[in-house]
Design a protein around this ligand. Structure first.
Ligand SMILES: *Cc1c(COP(=O)(O)O)cnc(C)c1O
Length: 480
């Protein structure tokens, strides 16, 4: 399998080359040359595989179709090491919870940081360690986080050979639980940098440091952001696992509803559907930051400024543009790289919008690709959390609540699976508002706020961050 850029660069790359990269050199995102089609026989084999040998074996089968530069035995070992009951809490890894007949939650948030990003990040940690060891290289991961992504990255990379993490977070601005989750890590290869500023300051520093190409090369700076193809690929697997649990036969269609921000999670659903998984609809649920809902309703993609980006009670979906969206548009436009480059390059930076409403391709968004969408508000989240608790005695987090609310508006006689993207304990304030009580806390998280913290506070100054990185690495990238 070869990978190419959404923007038409003629170069073809292998999986392990794009694994350690971010954007393609022309600024596009990597996509596989084609989506392997699964025939009925293979789908039947995979159903039996998941039932008999479990999630790791299913992951190995799916990933094998996209990765041909890691041996099958090694890939199998990486999947087996990643998707364990010890890490994800249950033998199914992503168990379905039935709320009522034909309406399910798929639990993606029982990993180490209690959000679905662990599903991909845990695999990424093992893939990075494997490939860096093979190349004899080191990597210094630099990132900015306001919560979920940074902690998932740290828990995936802790203790990994050849990898250090420098994670910037806005000092004092995350919840006590989120701070405890990240700052309590004592692993010497994990560095928490609390920046005296807001999340945007952290992101600006990451951009400045990564933009210093000499520094970047010298210290082997890399990232784990949501446009990484390996992350997206890891997420394809749980669409199959959810499907097999919700249906008795491979003739049965299902619908998925996906709480969405950067379009990474639902893009994995799109890939599963292109492979032939019988997904009748992919329903995108947004919060008040409805960039995606607006596009799927109207054909207009309108990037928001930071002044138009709402801070909501489902904060991991608070986006101004959807960084993975270009992948779907590339498919929609028949992989016309020049066209994608024209839409997403400089023109989008200037005009902040494009409009496909008049194009024949836009009509195919539903008919050919199965996409629908809806959005939700804070009042909807609170009402939905209350309703699900009252009727089913199941506590859901605000992001999942966005999904449940929109899923109800898109039900039919086909089973609906809502992806549960986080556990309620991470968002205690909204749960208390909705239910008048604190969320349940898994036993091993009791008292984490009292653990000793390993964090360095720095001013919002890229030079100080560079000094910190340099002080912790020798010139060859090895830790001093
Ligand atoms: C990241 C995240 C999302 C959004 O996922 P995308 O892949 O960015 O669309 C939704 N819910 C939670 C809890 C998240 O952490």
């Amino acid at each position: 399998m070869n990978y190419l850029s959404t923007r038409g660069d003629p170069a073809r790359r292998k999986f392990c080359d794009i694994l350690l990269e971010g954007l393609a050199p022309d600024g596009g995102l990597y996509l596989p040359e084609r989506y392997p089609r699964i025939d009925a026989r293979t789908l039947a084999d995979w159903r039996a595989l998941y039932a008999g040998q479990g999630y790791a074996a299913l992951a190995h089968a799916v990933l094998s179709l996209y990765i041909d530069d890691i041996s099958s035995t090694d890939l199998q070992a990486i999947c087996a090491k990643t998707y364990t009951e010890a890490t994800f809490g249950t033998p199914q890894i992503t168990p379905l919870k039935r709320l009522e007949d034909g309406f399910y939650l798929e639990a993606l948030s029982n990993g180490p940081t209690l959000a679905f990003k662990d599903m991909a990040m845990q695999l990424l940690g093992n893939l990075f360690e494997y490939e860096l060891t093979r190349r004899g290289q080191q990597l210094n991961i630099l990132g900015a986080t306001s919560g979920d992504t940074g902690s998932a990255a740290e828990y995936a990379m802790r203790g990994k050979r050849g990898i250090r993490v420098f994670m910037l977070s806005p000092s004092g601005r995350m919840s006590a639980f989120q701070q405890a989750q990240m700052y309590s890590l004592q692993d010497p290869n994990i560095h928490n940098l609390a920046i005296e500023g807001v999340f945007d300051d952290c992101q600006d520093i990451v951009k400045t440091v990564s933009g210093d190409l000499a520094f970047k090369r010298r210290y082997q700076i890399g990232s784990v952001n949501s446009i990484n193809w390996a992350r997206l690929l890891a997420q394809v697997v749980y669409y199959f696992a959810g499907y097999f649990q919700a249906t008795a036969s491979n003739d049965d269609p299902v619908r998925f509803t996906v709480p969405s921000g950067n379009f990474g999670n639902v893009c994995a659903g799109h890939v599963a559907r292109m492979m032939g998984l019988p997904i009748e609809r992919l329903v995108i649920a947004t919060n008040e930051n409805d960039v995606l809902d607006e596009f799927f309703r109207t054909g207009v993609y309108r990037v928001r400024g930071s002044d138009q980006t709402h801070e909501t009670s489902s904060p991991s979906m608070d986006i101004s543009k959807a960084s993975n969206f270009e992948r779907f548009i590339a498919d929609l436009l028949g992989r016309d790289g020049a066209r994608v480059a024209a839409l997403f390059g400089e023109a989008l930076n200037r005009a902040k919008r494009f409009d496909l409403s008049g194009e024949p391709a836009f009509a195919q968004v539903l008919t050919r690709y199965g996409f629908e969408s809806g959005s939700s508000t804070h009042a909807d989240r609170v009402a939905t959390i209350r309703d699900v608790w009252a009727r089913h005695q199941v506590m859901i987090d605000p992001h999942t609540a966005d999904g449940v609310k929109v899923a109800h508006e898109h039900r039919s006689n086909v089973p609906m699976i809502v992806l549960e993207t986080a556990l309620p304990v991470k968002f205690a304030a909204t749960i208390e508002e909705a239910l008048g009580r604190a969320p349940d806390r898994p036993a091993h998280f009791v008292g984490i706020e009292q653990l000793s913290k390993r964090v360095t506070v720095l001013p919002a100054d890229a030079e100080r961050v560079k000094d910190f990185i340099a002080a912790h690495c020798a010139d060859d990238g090895r830790c001093a």
